[in-house]
Design a protein around this ligand. Structure first.
Ligand SMILES: [Zn+2]
Ligand SMILES: [Zn+2]
Length: 139
């Protein structure tokens, strides 16, 4: 009878990979490639992975507004959460976006809804609506 389960082997494997990644200096990295979270579904990010230990050593995506590549250092957030690729702007567009949000405070929005109504929407929906308007606005 087998004395180890699949789960045991998986744990051993994960531990060894973790150790390998700690010790690896990532001397050879791949070209940029699309990152997939499931077959047929990309995360919207491109990554470079170490050929030795398969660790992701760099990540980038295109700015949702202007299409320019944005490297991970420019979109990492302090709280450790990562925004989906569709909400990431390059530093210039990020500034424009923040300005866009500021300009809209205390004003009636183009679709006729008042700021008050906007505030009554959940924060997420409010953000999504503004976000969409920003993307549709001319450069
Ligand atoms: Zn490595
Ligand atoms: Zn941009």
């Amino acid at each position: 009878m087998a004395n180890k389960t699949y789960a045991d082997l998986k744990d051993e494997f994960d531990e060894r990979v973790e150790k390998l990644r700690e010790e690896c200096d990532h001397p050879e990295v791949s070209d940029w490639q699309e990152e997939w979270w499931a077959i047929g579904h990309t995360t919207g990010f491109e990554v470079r992975v170490c050929e030795i230990c398969q660790k992701i050593v760099a990540r980038r995506t295109r700015c949702a507004k202007c299409g320019k590549f944005v490297e991970e250092d420019n979109f990492k957030r302090g709280d450790g959460t990562r925004r989906p690729a569709s909400e990431i702007f390059c530093p210039e567009c990020q500034e424009e976006w923040e300005e866009f949000v500021r300009r809209r405070e205390g004003r009636h929005l183009p679709d006729g809804s008042s700021v008050k109504e906007e505030e009554n929407l959940t924060e997420g929906l409010h953000y999504m609506r503004l976000h969409r308007k920003f993307l549709e606005s001319p450069d």
